[in-house]
Design a protein around this ligand. Structure first.
Ligand code: 0WD
Length: 256
């Protein structure tokens, strides 16, 4: 499904990361990958994981708050791959104190950080990646979001506001890049037990609640998200852009 495709994945932190499940699923379907890691502290783990992929991956450092990191990632991809077919953005951050208590107490710096890392980075990356996609006839960009960007989810707080910004960025980017046949979509995933999720107070309660209330009466697993990502990255979804697809066992349709 992704044979001969060249992809860039941001957000692999460990074996539980959604970005890692997407990387495995994409590489198994034939894609050649570049994976970024956020600083030296994650390099060893990402290297170990990458060694298990069917094809060798290019490993590149990238802190998405730094424009120079984004530029050097794209320069290396140009050198090594000569172009790019897809980009997976699976990155978010909020200060611990901003996920405790209520949204009302969010400070200026916490608000800025959550939006810079979780939302603006998609725009910066899309702008830098598009020139590598154009010569290959277009491309596909996929980001990760959560229902806390559409509805109020207790404790999700500033992350929810950043996800709302991310989801609207998807629509504006899709409009800007559509003429170049670069598609931009989001996956709104149900709760999955990853490192980032464990940082959200009462995550286990959210997880249990989602299983109880969702039409399918269960939680989703990370491979279900990865399979949807493969669909969005492949030509199977060539008519879809600016969309947010919920992979949440149907949870988002429920009123009560
Ligand atoms: O329930 C969940 N786990 C859901 C996650 C449900 C719905 C959506 N999501 C989203 C998250 O909000 C995020 O956007 O999926 C995306 C991936 O999250 P994940 O796989 O749950 O979490 P994790 O494995 O922690 O990956 C997020 C990574 C960071 O990991 P840590 O935990 O070390 O902060 O985002 C990366 C980092 O590797 N990251 C950055 N990468 C580059 N530059 C930066 C940065 N400045 N900050 C964080």
């Amino acid at each position: 499904m992704l044979e001969n495709k060249l992809g860039l994945v941001l957000g692999v932190a460990n074996k539980r990361s959604i970005a890692w499940a997407i990387s495995r699923a994409a590489a198994t379907r034939g894609a050649r990958l570049a994976l970024t890691y956020q600083g030296e502290r994650l390099l060893e783990d990402v290297k170990e994981l990458a060694a298990t992929l069917p094809q060798p991956a290019l490993l590149l450092p990238c802190d998405v708050t730094r424009d120079e990191d984004i530029d050097s990632v794209m320069a290396r991809i140009r050198e090594e791959f000569g172009g790019l077919d897809f980009l997976v953005h699976s990155v978010a951050f909020a200060q611990r104190e901003d996920l405790e208590g209520n949204y009302l107490s969010t400070g200026r710096e916490g608000f800025r950080l959550a939006h810079d890392i979780g939302a603006y980075s998609l725009t910066g990356l899309a702008r830098a990646a598009a020139p590598l996609m154009q010569p290959r006839g277009g491309g596909s960009i996929v980001t990760m979001t959560y229902i806390g960007g559409e509805r109020v989810v207790p404790h999700y707080n500033v992350m929810g506001i950043a996800k709302a910004s991310l989801e609207q960025s998807v629509r504006y980017l899709a409009a800007d890049l559509g003429a170049a046949n670069v598609r931009v979509n989001a996956i709104s995933a149900g709760p999955i037990k990853t490192l980032a999720a464990r940082g959200i107070p009462h995550f286990t309660d959210m997880w249990k609640w989602a299983a109880e209330k969702s039409p399918l009466k269960r939680n989703i697993d990370v491979d279900e998200v990865a399979d949807t990502a493969v669909f969005l990255l492949s030509s199977m979804s060539r008519g879809i852009t600016g969309e947010t697809i919920h992979v949440d066992a149907g949870y988002h349709i429920m009123g009560l």
